[in-house]
Ligand binder design. Structure first.
Ligand code: CDP
Ligand code: ZN
Length: 166
């Protein structure tokens, strides 16, 4: 008989370009900044990293495969809808989220004033307690594309555990 592991790890990483004339949305929260992220969806780079971690934990590839950016259905879509879908896929595979730990790599804006709201927004959408979601932020000390404000990156680590059959 094939047995599934009791816990599984997932990881996600994403980058989007910063441009003028777009809203900046990170972790489902509107951020006050003079630039926003470019992308086919709302380009919420943090949510995309979390989606990839959810899919990765249950062995389902990445969000590009599930939501191709060539598909007009996903144009301008809220990334929270993509997150809903990834959550459902994890539940259908009988796994639950233990915790998620994320890093936002951004030279600006300052993320710390928004962290709590992001944690609550993400946790509520995933149906878990906010203390299971941790958001960290770092600059790159002015180095590289992040330091030059050309883009923002995000990374997510996730632990999933097997739901016990009743
Ligand atoms: O990461 P490190 O402590 O080396 O220094 P930093 O990149 O200058 O970040 C210092 C603090 O600012 C960290 O505690 C981050 O939580 C916060 N930070 C932030 O709120 N928003 C950013 N875009 C980058 C960092
Ligand atoms: Zn993305």
């Amino acid at each position: 008989m094939k047995t599934e592991p009791g816990i599984k790890i997932g990881s996600g990483y994403d980058v989007h370009r910063l441009v003028k004339g777009r809203k900046l949305i990170l972790g489902g929260v509107d951020i006050d900044f003079e630039m926003g992220l470019e992308g086919h969806s709302d380009a919420d780079v943090l949510i995309h990293a979390i989606c990839d971690a959810l899919l990765g934990a249950v062995g389902l590839g990445d969000i590009g495969e599930h939501f191709p950016d060539t598909d007009p259905r996903y144009k301008g879509i809220s990334s929270m809808v993509l997150l809903d879908h990834c959550r459902l896929l994890m539940e259908q595979h009988h796994y639950r989220i233990g915790n998620i730990d994320c890093i936002v790599f951004a030279q600006a804006p300052k993320i710390s004033p928004y962290k709590m709201q992001m944690q609550k927004t993400i946790a509520s959408r995933l149906g878990i307690d906010p203390d299971r979601v941790n958001i960290k932020a770092t600059t790159t000390e002015g180095l590289g594309f992040i330091g030059n404000l050309e883009g923002i990156a995000a990374q997510c680590s996730l632990l999933a555990y097997a739901a016990v059959e009743q």
